[in-house]
Design a protein around this ligand. Structure first.
Ligand SMILES: CC(C)(COP(=O)(O)OP(=O)(O)OC[C@H]1O[C@@H](n2cnc3c(N)ncnc32)[C@H](O)[C@@H]1OP(=O)(O)O)[C@@H](O)C(=O)NCCC(=O)NCCS
Length: 206
């Protein structure tokens, strides 16, 4: 199967400018980080990403065990920041654990340069377009700010138009373009690499 490059934007936002407080539609609530929730983060990540372009760019996102591994790696990073790591749930625990509908996940890490780095934001299909993604990012950014961090960064696949628009609306601006090599791009239909490998070496990051 073919290999190729996916174009990605590295984006950054200033956290010192005033921001809107994160608010959720009725029936949804934020759940803060708790060690016991690592499996819930992994499952919610998997449900959010499995049919998306990023599951091609990062195959671990399209696999539940891959999401579990990724969550453990994020948790073990020295800069892992619990107050920038959140879930969104709909439902009430009084109705029993089975009645809870986990809808969104985000994790935050402090990188080597002291910026707040958003790892993965995912909203489960069926809960999108309601403002949950916006609220979850604002909640994570508030966590960075409360920790004294003035700048946030993230990376997004250029063809993920909805996510790019969301980040731009929230004040993120493109800093540079990078290319991610992916093997076996053609194994799952529907998504094409930005540049097929046969076209030559990866364009330099700029
Ligand atoms: C990208 C993603 C997180 C967005 O989540 P979301 O909950 O749909 O985001 P929002 O609802 O806040 O915003 C999405 C759209 O809904 C609109 N919207 C926001 N609040 C709304 C509301 N209250 N009512 C109706 N629409 C609303 C926004 O204007 C936005 O429209 P746009 O696409 O024109 O910008 C989600 O699509 C997702 O999980 N995708 C798969 C995983 C992924 O790619 N993650 C990003 C990795 S970098």
């Amino acid at each position: 199967m073919a290999s190729g490059y996916f174009k990605r934007f590295r984006m950054a936002a200033d956290l010192l400018r005033p921001r809107c407080p994160a608010s959720l539609p009725t029936g949804y609530r934020f759940v803060p980080w708790n060690e016991a929730l690592i499996e819930t983060h992994a499952r919610t990540k998997f449900k959010s990403f499995r049919d998306e372009i990023d599951a091609i760019v990062f195959p671990c996102l399209g696999d539940l065990d891959g999401c579990r591994r990724l969550m453990r790696e994020i948790r073990e990073k020295p800069g892992f920041l619990p107050i920038a790591t959140w879930l969104i749930v709909r439902g009430d625990v009084r109705g029993g654990l089975q009645s809870l509908d986990w809808c969104g996940t985000i994790q935050g890490v402090i990188d080597e340069s002291g910026c707040g780095s958003i790892q993965n934001i995912g909203i489960v299909p069926g809960h999108r377009g309601l403002g949950l993604g916006t609220a979850l990012i604002e909640r994570a950014l508030a966590g960075f700010r409360d920790w004294g961090i003035g700048r946030a960064t993230l990376e997004v696949t250029a063809d993920n138009g909805g996510a790019v628009r969301l980040y731009e609306r929230l004040g993120f601006r493109r800093q540079r373009t990078v290319y991610k090599v992916v093997d076996h791009v053609g194994d799952r239909s529907g998504f094409a690499a930005t540049v097929p490998l046969a076209a030559g070496p990866a364009p330099g990051a700029w």
